[in-house]
Write a new protein. Sequence first.
Length: 186
Amino acid sequence: MGTGYFANAGVFLIDTVFGLYIGAVLLRLLLQWTRADFHNPLSQAIVKLTNPVLRPLRRYIPALGRIDSASVLLIAILQLLNTWLVAALGNPVGSLILVAFADLLSKLIYLYLFAIIIQALASWVAPSAYNPVLALINALTEPLLRPVRRVLPPMSGLDLSSLVVIILLQLALYLIVAPLAGFGRL
């Protein structure tokens, strides 16, 4: 009975450490993809955090167009390792790759959910203030919000595109991520 507590603590610790670093590499990949400002202080911090691992990988793994292949490979390897370590602590999985992919997709969706919520809250508190972090968040979320804004223009000054994208991301968690994870754990 006591080993369950240690296993739960181990799963928490593994998921937290891997999740934070995977999130940093994923954020770097997304910021590169959206061509965000890399002179931004937050961008510089993310680059400094991820460069020690990515720089050696880039010597051997070339980029494919706008996609940083080294970052994609690092994210996949770290997520597979995370899933394998959690499984080794007593949470067995049927398909390691499927569960790792579902967990990675979940991380991506949650990253966007948090970014959109922060952006929406900041637009209410200080709509015209410049903040370097908010500039990155705007660059990150704009590819998701732009298509919705084309279909759903602002109503009486209210931009409901954030709400629509949050609902769609939540639906993706329920209809895509959860079934993938469920199939992988069989």
